[in-house]
Design a protein around this ligand. Structure first.
Ligand SMILES: [Zn+2]
Length: 255
């Protein structure tokens, strides 16, 4: 296993830049290879264009966003809005994991208002142990993972959980140094910026501004300017050590 490989698995092309782009940038600077894998090509990210038209646009935007992070990007071509928690999708993710052999995985949380996101988080937790089992049936010659990788769940949309509260995280990464690059990478997904606008105190804010606000909120918890929050997966069998602290040193706060 290459010890410096990061796999960021999101539902849509812009998700990983939005939720963990700063941390990916910092890991890239430490020499990590970064692969952003999205489950869907984002057919639902429009109210005007056809599925074919929006996918073409989003593929171009994704290349640009990934380039700014220093990452590669790939898509599993599941239809947007249709990410299901099922065996077929799990097999696709196991195949991806075996072929890439990541040490660290970032993905969505298992609860999010957007079901594609929540299912992606759940699918990763199904796929990780099976990626280590050589007899789990997957069509690839790539070997099973030797060790269970580290998994970090990002924040949900709006940082908000089912109870309306800001969700608990156990890790905050200080992304102040790279926040503008992160936001610029996220802004590469131009077709989505206005599409995902929200109302705030009677004013419309676009998703770049919204993402900056989340980073300020997470930063405050660690008394730094901008942060990204994560829940390190600590279920039985997952590694206990916080590998991000080792990789990114004093930029990481374990809460
Ligand atoms: Zn998404």
């Amino acid at each position: 296993m290459n010890q410096k490989k990061v796999l960021a698995i999101g539902a849509h092309y812009d998700d990983m830049e939005q939720f963990c782009g700063g941390t990916l940038l910092l890991l890239r600077k430490q020499g990590y290879d970064i692969l952003i894998a999205v489950l869907t090509a984002g057919e639902c990210g429009t109210n005007e264009l056809s599925a074919k038209e929006i996918v073409k646009i989003r593929q171009k935007e994704a290349k640009l966003g990934a380039k700014k992070i220093g990452a590669k990007v790939t898509c599993l071509n599941i239809r947007d809005g249709c990410v299901s928690y099922d065996l077929e999708t799990t097999k696709k993710i196991v195949k991806l994991m075996r072929e890439y052999q990541p040490q660290i995985i970032f993905t969505h949380p298992t609860v999010d208002y957007m079901t594609d996101h929540a299912h992606t988080g759940q699918l990763v937790l199904w796929a990780v142990p099976e990626a280590t089992h050589p007899n789990f049936p997957v069509e690839t010659n790539a070997p099973a993972l030797e060790k269970q990788p580290w998994v970090y769940h990002t924040d949900p949309q709006g940082l908000i959980g089912l109870d309306g509260q800001i969700v608990r995280v156990n890790t905050i990464v200080d992304i102040s140094e790279v926040v503008e690059t992160k936001l610029s990478a996220f802004a590469s997904h131009k077709s989505q910026i206005g599409f995902l606008k929200v109302e705030s105190s009677g004013r419309t804010i676009d998703s770049v501004e919204k993402t900056r606000r989340w980073a300020i909120t997470r930063g405050q918890q660690a008394r730094v300017e901008y942060g990204e929050g994560f829940m390190q997966q600590l279920l039985e069998q997952y590694p206990r050590k916080n590998i991000l602290s080792e990789a990114l040193k004093d930029r990481v706060f374990t809460l």
